[in-house]
Design a binder for this molecule. Structure first.
Ligand SMILES: [Zn+2]
Length: 79
């Protein structure tokens, strides 16, 4: 489910962000990192909404690396 629009989507339409047991929260491009995952649509509008609503902060209940939303934006634009 996307943290911005809250719609269920196919995995290929989503970008996964993972909070590993150790280390920083990161974009999980392979979808194989262990840890808790949250998703946003591969869509710059949803990334913007997620940033505004602090969707990932809510999902993980902690702060995100400063540049994470920028990186998500780039991934979303790449399609
Ligand atoms: Zn969405």
């Amino acid at each position: 489910m996307c943290v911005a629009c809250r719609q269920m989507k196919e995995k290929k339409e989503l970008i996964k962000v993972t909070k590993p047991k150790e280390g920083p929260i990161q974009i999980d491009e392979t979808g194989k990192l262990p840890g808790r995952g949250a998703y946003v649509c591969k869509n710059p509008d949803c990334v913007k909404k997620a940033k505004k609503a602090r969707g990932f902060e809510r999902a993980f209940k902690c702060a995100l690396p400063e540049d994470l939303y920028e990186k998500l934006d780039e991934v979303a634009k790449d399609g």
